[in-house]
Design a protein around this ligand. Structure first.
Ligand code: NOJ
Length: 532
C-alpha cells in the first residue's frame, strides 16, 4: 500500500540544487507534539485531526516537513515515548485512517511527514513485556538476576534513581528511562526483525522519514559492566564513551540494516538520529550513505547566546559535516528542553538566534510554538506536571509542552479545541493572549510573521539552504558571515550597537529580528540579513 508521494519540491528559483531524494538536506522541519498542537475532538488533548486541520497554517508558515512526536498506542507515562503498539494510533490521538488522511493532505500541500521511532524501549503495556512478566520471552528485554539483593549493576536511569526494577519472582529488568519503559534486548533477532517490519509498516503508509529516539542507546556494553564511581557518570547525558550504555559500536550495525530498507522506497525516505554523544566526531559516525541521513546537532542548542560560543559550535559542526558529506542540522528548541526564549532570557535574543539558525547551511528543526515566541511555562502546579522525570528528579519538561494558543483567551482554552471543549491537558497562562496565532497573524512585527518572512526568504534566496559560509571580520561580540551569492548575516550579541558600514557591509537589509531605527545600525540582541 504505497500512498501518494509529495509533489516535487516547492523551492523555486536558483537555489534548487538538490534532487528530490535529497529534500532533507536543507529542509525546515517543524516538530509537532501532537498532544499539545490542536485538539479537534474537544477532549483537551491534541490529536491527528487537529494537526490535519492546521496544515494550512503550517503551509503558510513555510515549513518543508513536519516531524510528529509519538502518537502510537501508549499509556502516556512518558508522553507517548512509551509505545504499547508500534503499528497503531492511540485512540486519544485518532485512528490509522486519520493518520493516512493527514499524510495525504500534507503531501498535497508539499509538506513531508517524519514520524518518531522509539526502538530503545517499549511501554510496560506492550504485549511482549506483559508476556515477559509472565515469564515468556524475557530475553526480548534485559532481565537479570542479582546476587546482592540490590540492582544487578550501578546504572542510573536518565530520569533519576536506579535503572533497574525488580519483578515479583526476584529478577530485575533494565530501564534507562522510567520503570514503565523497559529496554529492549537488541541482541535478540526477533527485536531486530520486528523493527525492520515496523519501518516498512510506516514507509508503506507513505512517511518520508523517521526521527530515531535514543539512537545512541540500543546496544549496551557486553556483560553490562558497572559505570564505576559517581564522577565517572557525570557525562552520561552526553554519552561519554566510557558509559557502557551509550554510543556503543554495535549500534551502527542496526543502522546498516535499516538503511537498505529506507533506500528501497522511492522519494528520499530519511532518518534523523537523536543521539547524545560526546563529540561531533562521535556523532558523525551515525551518518553516512550506509547509516542514517542526519543527526540532531544539540551542541548548537546548548550554546550560550554569545558570538564566541555560536561561532565555535558552527565551525565544529560544519567541519564534521564536510567530513561525512552530509549537511548538519540546527535546532534551538524541542519537547525536552526549556524553550529558547526563556533559556536566553528574552524574546529579542530568541528571535536573533532563530535568524542565525535559519541562515546557516543545512537543515533546521523548529519546535511548535517557537514561531509564536512562546516562553517556557515555569509555574505549572506540581500536581499537574506529568513528566515522569519530575517525580524522580524534580526537573520537568512540561513547561515546553503546554498546548498552543490559537485564538481568544485562556478561558476559552485559546482555541486549542472547538468551543465547549474540555480544558487543555496542561493550563495555558493568561499572558499568552497576546501571543495567540490570531493575535499575531496580522501584526507585521509579530514573531509569527518574522518566521513566515524568514522561511519565505530562505526558500527563495539562492544563498540560503545549502551552500557554504565564510566568516567576516567583526568585533568579538558580533558574528558576521557571508553566504554566497550575495547575503551577509550579522548577529549582535554584545551591548553596543554596531554599524554595518563599520563591518564593511553595504547593502539592503532584507530581514531584521527587531525593527531597526536606522537601517545601517544593528542594535544589541539583533540579527540582520543583508542583501549585498
Ligand atoms: C528522548 C525523547 O525526546 C524524550 O522525550 C523521551 O523522554 C526519551 N527519549 C525516552 O524515550
Amino acid at each position: 500500500m504505497v500512498r501518494g508521494r509529495p509533489p516535487q519540491t516547492r523551492r523555486t528559483g536558483a537555489n534548487v540544487t538538490n534532487s528530490d531524494n535529497d529534500w532533507w538536506r536543507d529542509a525546515v522541519v517543524y516538530q509537532v507534539y501532537p498532544r499539545s498542537f490542536a485538539d479537534a475532538d474537544g477532549d483537551g488533548t491534541g490529536d491527528l485531526r487537529g494537526v490535519r486541520d492546521r496544515l494550512g497554517y503550517l503551509g503558510r508558515l513555510g515549513v518543508d516537513a513536519i516531524w510528529l512526536s509519538p502518537f502510537y498506542t501508549s499509556p502516556l507515562h512518558d508522553g507517548g515515548y512509551d509505545v504499547a503498539d508500534y503499528r497503531d494510533v492511540d485512540p486519544r490521538f485518532g485512528t490509522l485512517a486519520d493518520f493516512d488522511a493527514l499524510v495525504a493532505d500534507a503531501h498535497a500541500l508539499g509538506i513531508r511527514v517524519i514520524v518518531d521511532l522509539v526502538p530503545n524501549h517499549t511501554s510496560c503495556e506492550h504485549p511482549w513485556f506483559r508476556e515477559a512478566l509472565r515469564g515468556i520471552g524475557r530475553d526480548r528485554y534485559i532481565f537479570r538476576d542479582s546476587a546482592t539483593g540490590g540492582p544487578p549493576n550501578d546504572w542510573e536511569s536518565i530520569f533519576g534513581g536506579p535503572a533497574w526494577t525488580q519483578v515479583e519472582d526476584g529478577q530485575w529488568y533494565l530501564h534507562l528511562f522510567d520503570p514503565t519503559q523497559p529496554d529492549l534486548n537488541w541482541e535478540h533477532p526477533e527485536v531486530r526483525a520486528e523493527f525492520r517490519d515496523i519501518l516498512r509498516f510506516w514507509l508503506d503508509r507513505g512517511v518520508d522519514g523517521f526521527r530515531v529516539d535514543v539512537a545512541h542507546g540500543m546496544v549496551k556494553a557486553h556483560g553490562l559492566p558497572d559505570v564505576g564511581p559517581k564522577e565517572g557518570r557525570q557525562a552520561e547525558m552526553l554519552g561519554d564513551e566510557t558509559v557502557p550504555y551509550f554510543d556503543q559500536d554495535g549500534v551502527h550495525e542496526i543502522y546498516r540494516e535499516w538503511r537498505p530498507i529506507l533506500d528501497s522506497y522511492p522519494g528520499g525516505r530519511m532518518a534523523v538520529a537523536e543521539a547524545w554523544v560526546s563529540s561531533p566526531a562521535r556523532l558523525a559516525r551515525y551518518i553516512g550513505p550506509d547509516e542514517l541521513h542526519q543527526a540532531f546537532n544539540f551542541d548548537f542548542l546548548l550554546a550560550g547566546f554569545d558570538a564566541k560560543s555560536f561561532r565555535e559550535v558552527i565551525d565544529k559542526s560544519l567541519t564534521e559535516a564536510r567530513i561525512v558529506g552530509a549537511p548538519t542540522t540546527w535546532v534551538l528548541s524541542n519537547h525536552d528542553v526549556k524553550r529558547h526564549v526563556t533559556r536566553y532570557g528574552s524574546l529579542a535574543r530568541a528571535r536573533a538566534a532563530t535568524l542565525l539558525m535559519l541562515a546557516l547551511p543545512g537543515s533546521a528543526y523548529l519546535y511548535q510554538g517557537e514561531e509564536l515566541g512562546l516562553p517556557e511555562v515555569l509555574d505549572l502546579p506540581d500536581e499537574l506536571r506529568e513528566d515522569p522525570a519530575f517525580r524522580r528528579t524534580g526537573d520537568s519538561r512540561d513547561g515546553c509542552r503546554v498546548p498552543l494558543p490559537w485564538s481568544g483567551t485562556a478561558a476559552g482554552g485559546f482555541g486549542f479545541g472547538p468551543p465547549g471543549s474540555a480544558p487543555p491537558w496542561l493550563p495555558q497562562p493568561e499572558s499568552w493572549a497576546a501571543l495567540t496565532v490570531e493575535a499575531q497573524d496580522r501584526d507585521p512585527g509579530s514573531t509569527l510573521n518574522l518566521y513566515r518572512r524568514a522561511l519565505r526568504i530562505r526558500r527563495e534566496h539562492p544563498a540560503l539552504g545549502g551552500g557554504t559560509l565564510t566568516w567576516l571580520a567583526s568585533p568579538e561580540e558580533v558574528l558576521a558571515l557571508q553566504r554566497d551569492p550575495g547575503l551577509a548575516v550579522v548577529v549582535n550579541t554584545g551591548e553596543q550597537a554596531v554599524a554595518l558600514a563599520d563591518l564593511g557591509l553595504a547593502g539592503r537589509v532584507l530581514l531584521a529580528s527587531e525593527a531597526l531605527d536606522d537601517e545601517g545600525v544593528v542594535p544589541p540582541d539583533t540579527t540582520v540579513w543583508v542583501q549585498l
